[in-house]
Design a binder for this molecule. Structure first.
Ligand code: 6SG
Length: 210
């Protein structure tokens, strides 16, 4: 069994997708929680490759960049498609998820009060891309792309869950996405994780907005 540790603030943030992946795959990991006070001292920031968290340890290997960490887990645990074509489609989807996550994080950390209404108005366009993508893969009945679950599914479901908190009705016009979130979230080990205190008690974002 690998010895994985997440080094991050006590939030879901950029680590919840990797936590969901590991929980669903029955992989154990440790949390090295960094308090905001410790972070502000600057020592950890100096050590981090790009001056940011999360970090991720596997024995003597320390990684940074949340999407690289997700891909590392995907390569180690067969969550990256069955051939280069599927792997590239998975990358394409994950890049789309990252683009939406960046817009979401800009709202949360930079413009919540003034930007929320416009953000929610623009959401159907954003989510429509994913609804069509889902429809093109096995009529939306399985995964966001490819024939098996991939790291992009965990990343996407985490981001959708955040949006369901921000705008509870945001999926009502998207039947395939609605069924997809329910289907992935009810995989037994993932469901157990999502209903655990470890998940529920962790804030979504570092500034408390959601
Ligand atoms: C923040 O942006 O929690 N890392 C964040 N912030 C601290 O000094 N491309 C990479 C990746 O995908 C982006 C990393 C990401 O891995 S995540 C980081 O390191 C820094 O830049 C979101 C999050 N933010 C809460 C937070 C803790 C410390 C600074 C921001 C709350 C706000 C200010 C202090 C406490 Fe705060």
């Amino acid at each position: 069994m690998p010895e994985y540790s997440i080094i991050y603030f006590d939030v879901r943030g950029r680590c919840e997708a990797m936590r969901m992946l590991m929980a669903d795959q029955g992989i154990k990991w440790k949390e090295e929680v960094v308090t905001f006070d410790t972070w502000m001292k600057g020592e950890l920031k100096c050590k981090a490759v790009f001056g940011q968290l999360p970090g991720f340890k596997d024995g003597d290997l320390t990684l940074y960049q949340s999407n690289a960490i997700l891909r590392y887990l995907a390569r180690n645990h067969e969550l990256y498609g069955k051939n280069p074509r599927e792997a590239t489609l998975i990358d394409m989807v994950n890049d789309g998820v990252e683009d939406l996550r960046l817009k979401y994080l800009r709202l949360i950390y930079q413009n919540y009060e003034n930007g929320k209404d416009d953000y929610i108005k623009a959401l159907p366009t954003e989510l429509g891309h994913f609804e069509r993508l889902l429809a093109s893969n096995n009529e939306g009945k399985s995964f966001i792309t490819a024939g098996e679950i991939s790291f992009a599914d965990y990343n996407f479901v985490d981001l959708l869950n955040n949006h369901l908190v921000l705008a509870p009705d945001c999926l009502s016009a998207f039947p395939l996405l609605s069924a997809y979130v329910k289907r992935i979230s009810s995989r037994p080990k993932l469901e157990a994780y999502l209903s655990s205190d470890a998940h529920k008690n962790r804030k979504i974002n570092g500034n408390g907005k959601q």
